[in-house]
Design a protein around this ligand. Sequence first.
Ligand code: FMN
Length: 187
Amino acid sequence: MQKNIGSVMGLYPTPVTVVGTVVEGRVNWLPVAHVGIVEHHTFMISVDKAHEFSNKGIQQNKTVSVSLVNQKMLQAADYCGIVKGADTDKSDMFKYHFGRVQGAPIIDEAPLSMECEILDMVKVGNFNNYIVKPVNTYVQEEYLNERGKVDYEKMSPVLFEFQNANYLSTGSVIGKCWNIGRDYKKN
Ligand SMILES: Cc1cc2nc3c(=O)[nH]c(=O)nc-3n(C[C@H](O)[C@H](O)[C@H](O)COP(=O)(O)O)c2cc1C
């Protein structure tokens, strides 16, 4: 039997990302797990207005990097989500380099990192929801399959859920999309 637990956000788990910015000439890392695809080539990152330091960099540069996180990076990523860039220099938390987009530092060890342009911003409550477009996506070669596609089972990006404030790992492939339904037998 289902129980109504009220007006509770149930849309978890979501991927953990680290958003890279350059603020006042310094690289800053902001973990963001409230993310979502809004169109095939566009997604949203939801950033609390209270994160004034990161917001400043995002709005000035109109670019960011968005990286997925693996278990090796998780402790450093979590630390970046505890301390504030305005008070603490987080630039050395990850080794990084710049690719083709200014203001979008790429984490060397990230399993996947996207250099993104900010297309728009939608304010909802206390959050600036940035609509971003990846212009270059860098993937560790070991996570690319023979067809040049990302193998998310191998990559196993870390997931997040807010109800219990937990990190989760992804599982294994359980079926083929637009395929397993073909054999469904209606009663
Ligand atoms: C796993 C995780 C997920 C987070 N997701 C978000 C998020 O989606 N949006 C947000 O505004 N803050 C999120 N935060 C909080 C910020 O990352 C955190 O407050 C950070 O220290 C702000 O950094 P800054 O002051 O350098 O901008 C998250 C933190 C963690 C640890």
